[in-house]
Design a protein around this ligand. Structure first.
Ligand SMILES: [Zn+2]
Length: 425
């Protein structure tokens, strides 16, 4: 649930909660836990001030969280006079295995409770439209091998589960991958198969939604209620948080702007149509533009194109500029229709941020009909965002016993009349 994420860095209005029932105790526990997450290292006295809870209540909750192993008491603080307070932090022994599933590879990482990536591994495999279930299972075996190797390197940590970010839409009720034209896992039960081979609880989510969660949980936009994460890779996907709620739509399919018809003609898209936004603005499009400018080139990955661009190769830079021009066209439509405060770009292209940010911003400003053009920012750590997002999905569930972060999200301005309002008021 996202309800805890609306606690901002600013001190919240003091409030006296009465822990007279199990529910109230759980809410108070969540308030304290979330305040530690935002303000750590933090003293008990500051937690009481930040949450509005009685100091004695805070002490009881901290004792419980220390007993449960979520929180550790660490360094001593300094005050002008009086007893030195002990600061508490989240216990970073708790880690998550995170997998960012791409069409031909999987990036794996061990991510601690504070979003720090401790170690990484990559598994490569072949998976394409028409792959047999046996080929898909062989790919999963490769991923499982890399996962076990990574996990064995952190035997002293407490693994809380596996988070998977995937470039498709995931039905959060059945865990089935519903739409994934660029990573055709559809023929097998990806969730069930991963759970079977790795023997751990799994949270699986669309990559753009995972990045949205990462920005709310680990990033700088914990108090923004209207933001869009645009994942630019082999395709384009969007995760949307509007009025404080993650937008899911029917069958969890909302956000497939990559298949918004931008032109009447164009290359055939993975979805079977032509003219889709992602056929003009994804990594694949960037690579295609480069090949048009350099037909003699043997370049076959966007990473290689990026390396050329970073070295100042003019044809590589022009290809990426063209890709960004198309990206901006779609972003202007989203900005006009959805009124986000922030647009977060996630993808390898952000390695060229000093060049592409002004390009995107200037085009958004040129097309904006209000003075409030959304801020365009790069995801906090490039491709690490998908991994940290996958980890955040798991951490949220285990820390706050969430069922579905989306369905429990609270509007930014909502305060009265709900259980969650008691947490936020
Ligand atoms: Zn399409």
């Amino acid at each position: 649930m996202f309800r805890n994420m609306h606690v901002t860095d600013k001190p919240v209005r003091p409030r006296r909660a009465v822990a007279s029932s199990e529910t109230a105790r759980e809410i108070n526990r969540d308030i304290v836990l979330h305040a530690i997450h935002l303000h750590q290292p933090v003293s008990r006295a500051d937690l009481a001030r930040l949450t509005g809870l009685q100091p004695s209540t805070v002490s009881v909750i901290i004792g419980q969280l220390i007993d449960e192993g979520w929180v550790v008491a660490g360094s001593l603080g300094r005050l002008p006079r009086g007893r030195r307070p002990t600061y508490v932090t989240l216990n970073d022994r708790h880690v998550t295995l995170a997998i960012d599933l791409r069409p031909g590879k999987a990036n794996l990482a061990v991510v601690d409770i504070n979003g720090k990536i401790l170690g990484r591994e990559t598994a490569t495999f072949v998976i394409k439209p028409g792959s047999t279930p046996e080929e898909a299972k062989a790919a999963i075996a490769q991923i499982a091998k890399a996962a076990r190797s990574l996990r064995s390197r952190y035997g002293d940590r407490v693994f809380q589960g596996l988070g998977v970010s995937v470039s498709g839409r995931v039905d959060q009720r059945t865990h089935r991958l519903l739409f994934s034209p660029n990573a055709p896992w559809g023929q097998i039960d990806l969730y069930g198969e991963l759970q079977r081979v790795l023997g751990t609880p799994i949270e699986m989510e669309n990559a753009a939604n995972a990045c949205l969660v990462a920005e709310r949980w680990f990033g700088n936009f914990g108090d923004s209620s209207n933001m869009i994460a645009i994942s630019v890779s082999e395709g384009i996907g969007a995760g949307m948080l509007l009025d404080g709620r993650v937008v899911r739509g029917r069958d969890d399919m909302a956000g497939e702007f990559g298949h918004m018809p931008l032109e009447e003609t164009g290359p055939v898209c993975g979805c079977g149509s032509v003219g889709c936004w992602e056929t003009f603005a994804s990594n694949r499009a960037g690579l295609r533009y480069y090949r048009e400018l350099a037909p003699e080139s043997t370049l076959d990955s966007f990473q290689e194109l990026l390396q050329l661009a970073l070295k100042g190769d003019i044809r590589a830079l022009r290809s990426i500029d063209k890709m960004m021009t198309y990206l901006a066209r779609g972003l202007a439509m989203l900005a006009a229709g959805l009124a986000p405060e922030v647009i977060i770009i996630v993808g390898d292209c952000t390695a060229l941020w000093p060049r592409i940010c002004p390009l995107l911003e200037s085009r958004l400003i040129a097309k904006s009909f209000t003075p409030h053009t959304p801020r365009v920012v790069a995801a906090m750590d490039g491709d690490g965002a998908r991994l940290r997002g996958a980890a955040a999905l798991v951490l949220h569930k285990v820390l706050f016993r969430q069922e579905d972060f989306a369905s429990r999200t609270v509007r930014g301005g909502e305060r009265a009349g709900s259980k969650s309002a008691a947490v936020l008021a």
